[in-house]
Write a protein that binds this ligand. Structure first.
Ligand SMILES: [Zn+2]
Ligand SMILES: [Zn+2]
Ligand SMILES: [Zn+2]
Length: 170
């Protein structure tokens, strides 16, 4: 459902949204894409992806390592890093540079440039795709500056819809 140039409408990350739907959808997309691409979602890769999708807050590698060890995976840091590398390559997750942590990608089926909306209150991160107008504006800025851009990470910090609403009634 495309509402406008920004994709789906207002944030889906209302506090009471049905997160089990997010998880089920993410895992089903991951299974289908791995099958299609002929790559394996091994148990540890799958579990790391599930841990990342536990919420919409970014998760760090060491937090995942702790959980995997508690669950009896013989997990060493390289195991987790390799799983993260695989999931990133398959575009199932993104690394949020400012937090050095990972979030699940809601649209792994096509390459895209993401914009991250980071709530400083509840910690959730919502990903949106960069609009063509924004892409063009950034390219124009780089051209104007004589800068040859090879990458970017756009992060907006502020309050998500739920936290903003709480503050305005308080
Ligand atoms: Zn959710
Ligand atoms: Zn994405
Ligand atoms: Zn929030």
């Amino acid at each position: 459902m495309i509402d406008n140039e920004f994709g789906r409408g207002a944030s889906i990350l209302a506090i009471d949204h049905d997160h089990s739907g997010c998880v089920t959808g993410a895992m089903a997309r991951a299974d289908a894409l791995c099958l299609e691409r002929g790559v394996r979602l091994t148990p540890v890769r799958r579990r790391v992806l599930e841990l990342i999708w536990r919420s919409h807050e970014p998760v760090g590698a060491y937090a995942m390592l702790d959980v995997l060890r508690q669950e009896g995976f013989n997990a060493q840091p390289p195991t987790v890093y390799r799983a993260l590398e695989f999931l990133t390559e398959q575009r199932l997750i993104h690394r949020l540079e400012s937090r050095n942590a990972f979030i699940g990608c809601p649209s792994p089926d096509h390459p895209h440039q993401a914009v991250y909306l980071i709530c400083t209150d509840c910690g959730t991160v919502e990903e949106r795709e960069e609009t063509p107008a924004l892409t063009e504006a950034l390219a124009a800025l780089a051209r104007h500056t004589g800068f040859y851009g090879t990458g970017r990470m756009l992060e907006l910090t502020g309050l998500c819809r739920g936290c903003g609403a709480k503050q305005s009634v308080a």
